[in-house]
Design a protein around this ligand. Structure first.
Ligand code: NAP
Length: 253
């Protein structure tokens, strides 16, 4: 079911779920503002309904410029995010802050930037892409999980605050999806992890291989997340929490 809305702004469209969601909204006739840190016009099919804008969600000026250039929108999908897999003791304060700046405060700042316009039009949808790890605690993921759990708590409160204004808030909770760039991007950030004290090593190796094994059994596919994002945006009756992928749905059941 659609509600007659037609412009969606999505963060983190250079790869993975963001890129596939942008393609899906275009296929379904929507106007799409696809944002990414380094704009690449070649990633999506040319269309007069597509705009590709530069946006780094950790940079306030970049957010202001992109939101201004986007103009009126009906839906915001906060998808940009970075992963982190490491023992907490081996994670520097700078890394902790970087994860939160992107996964948590980036989404907050995007929402603050679009709210005046959504409030004036008296309608709109905010979709925050969180993670199924918020449903079950896992070792090596305390910082990433905390960054997404904060986004969940924020979204649950915000949903109540914005509903009277006609604005819906939804959370999409993908399971483990090895098909995106997420793991390799996370590995690229893991310089700290190399310095984990030796006591963690056997445990870290085992935890990582268990995660990889689980991911290869019944992984979340990008299309599962694309479908959940579409539903979150277009179905006013869908629940606030939308697990995406069979592994995530099993956790939520
Ligand atoms: N894959 C999984 O297993 C999984 C599971 C649960 C939840 N998620 C969540 O799903 C979302 C999308 O992840 P994905 O799997 O599609 O990973 P991905 O392929 O790595 O995509 C992440 C996107 O976020 C962008 N990004 C990172 N930092 C940014 C910043 N400061 N400003 C703007 N964009 C930024 C990346 O852009 P660059 O190319 O510029 O780095 C990329 O476009 C993330 O929020 C992630 O936490 C993923």
């Amino acid at each position: 079911m659609t509600t007659g809305m037609n412009t969606v702004m999505i963060t983190g469209c250079s790869s993975g779920f963001g890129l596939e969601s942008a393609r899906d909204f275009l296929d379904k006739g929507w106007s799409v503002v696809a944002t990414m840190r380094r704009p690449d016009m070649g990633l999506l099919p040319a269309s007069d309904r597509l705009r590709v804008l530069a946006l780094d969600v950790t940079e306030p000026d970049s957010i202001a410029r992109a939101v201004d250039a986007a103009g009126p929108i009906d839906a915001l999908v906060n998808n940009a995010g970075i992963g982190w897999l490491s023992a907490f003791e081996a994670t520097s304060p700078e890394t902790v802050r970087r994860i939160f700046e992107t996964n948590t405060f980036g989404a907050f700042d995007m929402i603050r930037a679009v709210l005046p316009q959504l409030r004036k039009q008296g309608s709109g949808v905010i979709v925050n892409v969180s993670s199924s790890v918020t449903m079950v605690p896992l070792p090596l993921l305390p910082v990433y999980t905390a960054s997404k759990a904060a986004l969940n708590a924020f979204s649950e409160c915000l949903a109540l605050e914005l509903a009277p204004l006609g604005i819906r808030t939804r959370l999409v909770l993908p399971g483990q999806a090895p098909a995106t760039h997420f793991s390799s991007n996370a590995r690229a950030l893991m310089a700290d992890a190399a310095e984990a004290p030796a006591a963690y090593k056997p445990f870290v190796d085992k935890a990582i291989s268990t995660l990889m094994e689980n991911a290869s059994k019944e992984p979340t596919r990008p299309e599962d997340v694309v479908r959940a994002v579409w539903r979150a945006v277009t179905d006013p009756d869908c629940p606030l929490h939308l697990p995406a992928g069979r592994d995530a749905e099993a956790l939520a059941a």
